[in-house]
Write a protein that binds this ligand. Structure first.
Ligand code: C5P
Length: 233
């Protein structure tokens, strides 16, 4: 059964990408293809991966430019009919509205504060508040501007849910299944279930599923099934 998992399809090899999404299709609701994939393989590459699954498409391009340019860039991917397209909330309300206007059937998905930024990085950039209140403020700016979804850290989900209400989709990376907490570079993690209990609609999961590929297609399918079961049961 499909769980609210966004599979991070982070691979340089398009055939591997196709096989990952085909093998996990029964458990995965959404596939996430990022900027690296898009720059390497373009719209045709995205279409060819999408053809292997009935999962929704999360196009993670993190657009951030003047409104006119973001509108044109969003229009340029309209043939892909992405269910989600990311933009940086810090691009401002007009930019978010421009993306939403260009793609009325897509949930423009605002990325708040990158979790790679430390509190001192935020000070150096010029943010006046810490990460949590900054992320809440950006979410409060993005939703009325037309964002239908927000990407945030699992640690920010509860506060952002309180701030934006129930209609906005919250999506969080940085989750690790119980068995794998602390096993890689993701530090401030939560389990997928806890993230969803805190108010997330979807969790982004990459390597905890895709690393099973080294043991073959069946192992990959079973890993996705197991993590889906952990979320659904
Ligand atoms: O392999 P892993 O489960 O860590 O993959 C998480 C995905 O979410 C990757 O595609 C990563 O780039 C993305 N991501 C993240 N942390 C953020 C934003 C995006 O891990 N703050």
């Amino acid at each position: 059964m499909k769980a609210p998992i966004v599979l991070a399809v982070d691979t340089k090899d398009i055939d591997t990408a196709k096989r990952w999404v085909a093998a996990t299709s029964e458990s995965i609701s959404v596939i996430k293809l990022g900027l690296e994939f898009f720059l390497n393989f373009g719209a045709e590459g995205v279409k060819s991966v999408c053809a292997e699954t009935d999962a929704d498409l999360f196009l993670d391009l993190k657009l951030h430019d003047i409104p006119n340019t973001v509108s044109a860039a969003a229009t340029a991917v309209s043939s892909l009919q992405p269910d989600f397209l990311t933009v940086h909330a810090a691009g401002g309300a007009s930019m978010i509205s421009a993306a939403a206007g260009a793609l009325p059937s897509t949930r423009v998905t605002a990325v708040t504060i990158l979790t790679s930024l430390s509190e001192s990085d935020l000070v150096n950039i010029g943010f006046k508040d810490q990460a949590l209140p900054s992320a809440v403020r950006l979410a409060e700016l993005a939703v009325p501007a037309g964002a239908g979804a927000i990407v945030c850290s699992p640690l920010e989900v509860a506060a952002i849910r309180d701030a934006v209400g129930l209609e906005t989709i919250l999506i969080t990376p940085g989750v690790r299944p119980m068995s794998e907490a602390g096993s890689d570079d993701q530090k401030r993690t939560m389990t997928p279930r806890d993230a969803i209990s805190a108010g997330a609609n979807y969790v982004v999961i990459g390597r905890p599923i895709t690393q099973a590929w080294k043991d073959g297609e069946i192992a990959l399918r079973d890993k996705a099934r197991a993590i889906a079961a952990e979320i659904l049961n």
